[in-house]
Structures are given as C-alpha cells and as structure tokens.
Design a protein around this ligand. Sequence first.
Ligand code: GAL
Length: 434
Amino acid sequence: MVRKAWTLAMTVLLVVSLLVAACGPTEEPTAAPAPTAAEPVAGELEIFSWWTAGGEADGLNAMYGIYSGLYPDVEIINATVAGGAGSQAKAVLATRMQANDPPDSFQVHAGHELIDSWVVADKMEPVTFIFEENDWLDAYPPGVIDILSYDGEIWSVPVNIHRSNVLWYNKGVFADNGLEAPGTFEEFFAVAEALQGAGVTPLALGDNGIWTSVHLFESVLLGVMGPEAYGGLWTGETDWSGAEVTEALETFAQMMDYVNEDHAALSWDQAAQLVADGDAAMTIMGDWAEGYFKSIGLTPDVEFGYVPSPGTAGTFIMLSDSFGLPKGAPHRDNGVAWLEVCGSKDGQDAFNPLKGSIPARTDGDRSLYDVYLQSAMDDFASNAIAASLAHGAAASEGWVTAVSDAMTLFVSDLDVASAQATMAQACVDAGVCP
Ligand code: GAL
C-alpha cells in the first residue's frame, strides 16, 4: 500500500530532486573516507534536534532507550534547541557546522533542506553503506530513497513521514455547538462564524515562530489550487503572480479574523493546548500535534478529531525527518550506531506512535499505531502526495526564508498585493521562476 503511494509520489518527488540537481552548485562533494561499520563501546553520542515538546521529546527518548539498551556504555548527550520546525535550532547548527564543531548526528528534513544546505556544501558523509550493510535498500519506498539521494549516494536516514495539512478540532466544543468538522473553505468560515458568535476562538495559531503561518499558508495554497498547481509553485510551472495565489492570500487574510489575538506570543504547542482546553476549537498543524495531544493524555477520536485542512481532502502534504552523519563527527562510530537505530524497524515503531508520524519504512507494525495514524497510513497510500514548503521538502532554505519574511509582514498588514509581489520575487531569486 505504501509502495503504491510512493509510486504516485514519484512524479512530485522526482521533480524535487531534479530541481535540487539543477539548482545545486557545480562543485561536487569530495569523496568521503572509506566507510566502516559502527563499533561503539563507550564515550559520548551527541544528537542535535529541536524536539522538546510533548510527543516529540517522547519519541526521541524512546529511540534513546533502544540505543542505551544496545550500547549501555555510551553516554547520550541530548543537544536540543527549542523552537518548532527548527526555527532556532537551524541557526545554532549552522554556526556549529561552520566552526567545524558538528554533533555526532543531527535532525534534518529530507529533500531540499538536506541536499541544498548540507550535502552540496560538502558537510556530510554519505550513509549509503549503512543502507547496504543493513539491507535497507528494499525496506524503504524508492521515492524516499530518492529525496535522500544526490550524486549517486544516500545522505541521511529517515525516521518518519509527517503530514502537514491536518485540521485538528476539539470534539466537545464542536458537539456543544452542534457543528461538524469543515471540509471546504466555505464550511470552515461558516463554522468559524458560529464559533465566534458562541464566544469560542475558532482557530488557534501560535506564530511566535513565523513558520506556523507559512505552514498554514501552504495548506491554504493547496486548498485553493489543488495538488497539481501547488506542485507547480516549486517548479516554476505555476505563476506566483496569478489569480490562485491572490485567492490563497485573501483566504488566509480572512482566516486571520478568526484566530486568537495573542497568536504572535504563542508557540505551535501552546496553540494546540488552546484547542485541548476548549479555549479554541481548531488548529491547522502537522501531525506532531497528534503526538502533543496524546502526550497530555488525550485520545484521538475521543477528545480531539482530525480532517484534512479545508479543500485538501485527497492530498497528503508530506515531510520527513531524518538524521545525517556530519563530516568530522567526534564520535563517528557511535553516530553510525545511532543511525542504525533510527533506520531500524524497532526504532521507527518505538518513535513514531509517540511522535504522531508514520514510519518511513514500508514494514512498520500497523497494530502499534492509533486510529489517527492508521488513517494517515491509509491516506499516504492512496492520496496524491505534495511536498511541504515549511518543512524543507519543497524548496531550499533560502526560498523558505524569503516566504517566511513575506509572511511576517503579511500577518500584520494583510497586504495581499505586497505579499504576492514578494513571493513572486522569491521564486525568481531561488532561480526557479524566470
Ligand atoms: C517539523 C518537524 C517535526 C516537528 C515540527 C515541530 O519541522 O519535521 O518533526 O518537530 O517541526 O517542531
């Protein structure tokens, strides 16, 4: 089933990788030293990530538990920098990498973030040998291997597949107000109006890191224009100056009438907490929100419900968290052993049920996953697949930053024409639009 989804996804993802190849510098990474298998016995293992919130931290700790069981003499250093989507961590990592002070392994999104930021900059060791030694080449869908690959090598080990375009809602609030989860924008605004009238904040947003607004915007873009045109935004085939982008910005601006006033002061998980508490009814967030809800004791389909964000039923905006092996990792063997845990079936089946994601491998044990995650597995296997902008899959870091800067202005001035002009220019600056 998952393989079928990846066959469908291949077109989108192949375009992504072709784009990577087309946009990358001409200089190629130098050959890495001959790889050796991991033989960790002692010392430290420093893992760098931004997983500090409930669900995220729980999943990471589950993988640490497996590692410590296998290598009890290795001391794990959990180097986290809080801030969803790596909004703070990525800059800290860049500084460390520039100073030749890498951790033993770090979290990185599959796709442009991995390849453009680190691989073409010659900062990573290929990890193809880990896939070969562990017989993993057939354990992952070809489309996943493809977005981790560059210049004939695989460059990181994926731990999961996340879905970005999910609307989470408080079932009690909806029931009390006699409402049904919205499927279209029209239904969304009708529900939002009713909730506002009842004194409940319709939509929770926590954009103290602007990435959450970019995240919301990618769902709105998809909802307005559909998967084909959305995919074309990242290849230059869809016009950023066109009517559909205008409509998406207008729709986003209209949504801002229904968000909590303190959105700029809150994080994504604080916004999710508003929904959990019934102070807000809905939030549009990736399925790490599911991990968060479960970490505070809520049960999917009981206290909270989920539907594709408005207008996006039938499409799965995907992203994948992975771990890589930086050149000069101080405890390289321990790092390789970490990657072996990340890529193993046991590692993924321990991590993902807590994290709120599905395994990147094709052989995850479905019985370990809750009702939401099973539905995500089914949707991933049957939906059209689109790549996330906010989480490194669709576009280079520079392009994401340019869109984020535009969103920072847009959420305060709601100037559609200005935001659209800046975004159109960002596509040109990225070398994708003429
Ligand atoms: C994403 C990441 C997820 C989750 C989320 C919020 O970028 O892929 O794993 O951590 O940020 O922090």
